[in-house]
Ligand binder design. Structure first.
Ligand code: ASP
Length: 330
């Protein structure tokens, strides 16, 4: 195993944290002012939590976890509390994390009782010889490692329950006649709320993490891109850290996060171009969503091909910048 310090940069690296809270049809006309304010507040809290870790000299992995836990604990996002329901009426959560210095990674899929799945992904990375654990085995592993276990009802929110009922009704309609144009996903998925973070610490080390409840009305047992290393999450100090959000099946098929990192490392493309190329490939085969990308110099990109993406960034100056809508399509 490569030691962290071997690939680490100087102790004076600029720090940066970039987060997303999901991409989709998020427009000013659809998002009420109070809700916009509530989202902004949680995004700022998430940035502040991760920034505090980085400023205290902590590592990028801990910053990613701190940022994601804030969003997992907020009912506004589709991760942890407030996650969407599967077609069986339960919440099945996916999460992953990757360390850019060592390229160690951990993930959990379809877990139902872990309050903060991102912590479980981290435990898999640091406390097991595996990369991915799923279902009951992952839930049991998290309990064994002393992580907070909750009753599945903890994740339930009225809003998501109603969203499932609407999706079920729409699917029935779709079976009867129309298919939502250009997408295999029901309309209720147009605003997604997966969360993710990428961070660069003082030592020049990158990390990435992603956490989600998946898609509303997904078939139970379905696993999306978020816990798949290379699809939803990737980090390598030699290129970039990436976290994705969008139509998971297509992000898996385009190996979205690794695809972006590979273009930077092997083709030496600027990070924005690499992210846009990946999103272009995703659009070509019927998907959409967004990517946050950060390199070891602190350059970052927050790109998406949807109407909006909850997103934000904070650097060494401690000024949190949060945006939701597209500049092109506010
Ligand atoms: N990518 C996630 C999934 O397919 C959903 C999302 O990003 O909103 O599970």
């Amino acid at each position: 195993m490569t030691a962290r310090t071997k690939t680490a940069g100087t102790a004076k690296s600029p720090t940066r944290l970039v987060i997303h809270g999901g991409a989709g049809t998020i427009t000013r006309s659809k998002l009420k002012a109070e809700l916009e304010q509530a989202y902004t507040q949680v995004l700022e809290q998430s940035l502040t939590a991760g920034h505090a870790v980085l400023e205290a000299g902590g590592n990028s992995i801990d910053a990613v976890i701190a940022a994601i836990v804030v969003m997992e604990d907020s009912p506004l996002f589709n991760a942890g509390k407030g996650a969407v329901f599967s077609n069986a009426g339960n919440t099945e959560l996916d999460a992953s994390i990757m360390d850019g210095a060592t390229r160690m990674a951990g993930s959990v899929a379809a877990v139902t009782t872990i309050r903060n799945p991102i912590r479980a992904a981290h435990a898999v990375m640091t406390n097991s010889s595996h990369v991915m654990l799923m279902g009951q085995g992952a839930d049991a592993f998290a309990a064994e490692k002393g992580l907070e276990i909750v009753d599945p009802s903890y994740f339930h929110t009225e809003f998501r329950w109603n969203q499932l009922q609407k999706a079920i009704a729409q699917e029935r309609l779709q079976q009867d006649h129309d298919v939502v144009p250009d997408t295999p996903y029901p309309e209720t998925n147009e605003k997604r709320g997966t969360v993710g973070a990428v961070a660069l610490d003082r030592h020049g080390n990158l990390a990435a993490g992603t956490s989600t409840g998946g898609l509303t009305n997904k078939r139970f047992g379905r696993v999306g891109d978020s816990p798949v290393i290379g699809a939803g999450t990737y980090a390598d100090n030699r290129s970039v850290a990436v976290s994705a959000t969008g139509t998971g099946e297509i992000f898996i098929r385009t190996v979205a996060a690794f695809n972006t990192a590979a273009q930077v490392r092997l083709q030496h493309l600027p990070i924005t171009e690499a992210a846009d190329n990946t999103l272009g490939e995703i659009a070509d085969i019927g998907g959409d969503g967004g990517l946050i990308v950060l390199d070891a110099k602190g350059n970052h990109a927050m790109r998406f091909n949807t109407r909006g993406m909850f997103r934000g960034t904070i650097g060494g100056d401690g000024i949190a910048q949060v945006s939701i809508f597209s500049d092109k399509n506010p």
